[in-house]
Design a protein around this ligand. Structure first.
Ligand SMILES: C[S@@+](CC[C@H](N)C(=O)[O-])C[C@H]1O[C@@H](n2cnc3c(N)ncnc32)[C@H](O)[C@@H]1O
Length: 306
């Protein structure tokens, strides 16, 4: 099997491609390259003059590069998308795809510390040169910050007690490994819901370590000026916090509050939402790919005047 086939099975591949409405000569951006499953399919729809520029902040994704003159992979956080495209002489594009979160490869690589299944160092960085990892969060953040992170990013029920337990435990011993963290928090885990609880705690840490919600907001804001009128924004998210940001942004052009109106009361918004609600995976895909279960795909089209 080719490396990219085991690296990550692309979720809702056909749905994403249809949503992009690819023009053979268009310029497209895939900001979450990963194993390149979506990128490879986009390339199949491009003609001689089409272009695809992809981003990934994980150096490991560079091993999956597509050898093609029409393709470029940039090793950067997608929050720097606009400046990097400008450096490549690209000011406007026909479509942007984001498939958020981590790849199966990142989850399955025990040493990266993303998964509760393996004993490993608590790392969780997608970008391995960043100086913030999960150990640093657990051992240096204040009790208030830990409480906020577990409550907001993990929706952990007993976030306050969890934060207190961690801060108390680290006075005697640093929390450095997956097993170490599980041991410290074991009294707080609801019986019969161990997996869910651990998954929520890990999700919260991962979001904080990678500053995922900040990066998503910065990225979304850049899509407004980058997309040509009629250009498509296609975003797939895997948890409600991300999906809420994407949904609000596509409907209102902002993350909170009401849609802006002009002097005459006309709504000023950059996008027209495509489809009544988020697209989810079909029965067949749900059966064959576990990761597709929580995926929500949202599509918007850039409106002419903005
Ligand atoms: C769900 S995977 C994408 C899988 C890809 N669509 C495929 O078919 O293989 C998400 C990828 O996006 C990358 N990523 C996540 N957040 C990022 C960010 N802020 N900037 C750049 N890359 C990011 C991760 O490193 C990971 O490789």
């Amino acid at each position: 099997m080719a490396r990219e086939e085991v690296y990550h099975i692309p979720v809702m591949l056909q749905e994403c491609i249809e949503a992009l409405e690819i023009k053979p000569d268009g310029v497209y951006v895939d900001v979450t390259f990963g194993g390149g499953g979506h990128s490879r399919e986009i390339m199949k729809h491009l003609g001689e003059h089409g272009r695809l520029i992809a981003f990934d902040q994980d150096p490991d994704a560079l091993n999956n590069i597509i050898e093609d003159d029409r393709f470029l992979l940039i090793h950067q956080n997608f929050k720097f998308m606009k400046n990097n495209l400008r450096l490549q002489g690209v000011r406007q594009v026909d479509g942007i795809l984001a498939d958020l979160g981590v790849s199966s490869h990142q989850f399955d690589d025990a040493e990266r510390g993303f998964s509760i299944r393996f004993e490993a160092d608590l790392d969780m960085r997608m970008d391995q040169v960043s100086d913030l990892d999960a150990k640093k969060v657990l051992n240096t953040y204040t009790e208030e910050d830990l409480h906020r992170i577990f409550g907001m990013y993990g929706e952990v029920q007993n976030a306050r007690s969890l934060a207190k337990t961690i801060v108390t435990a680290r006075l005697t011993k640093k929390i450095e490994t997956v097993a170490g963290l599980k041991e410290v928090i074991k009294r707080l885990v609801p019986k019969g819901k161990e997996h869910k609880y651990h998954a929520q705690v890990f999700q919260a840490l991962r979001i904080e370590v990678n500053r995922e919600l900040e990066a998503l907001q910065e990225f979304l804001m850049q899509t407004v000026s980058l997309l040509k009128p009629g250009g498509r924004l296609v975003v797939m998210s895997y948890h409600s916090l991300e999906d809420r940001l994407v949904k609000n942004f596509m409907i209102k052009g902002k993350f909170r509050g009401e849609v802006e109106k002009d002097f005459f009361g006309n709504e000023i918004k950059p996008f027209q939402v495509v489809g009544r609600k988020a697209v989810t995976a079909g029965v067949k895909e749900l059966e064959s790919n576990n990761r597709s279960r929580s995926a929500k795909l949202r599509i918007a089209e850039k409106i002419e005047q903005s």
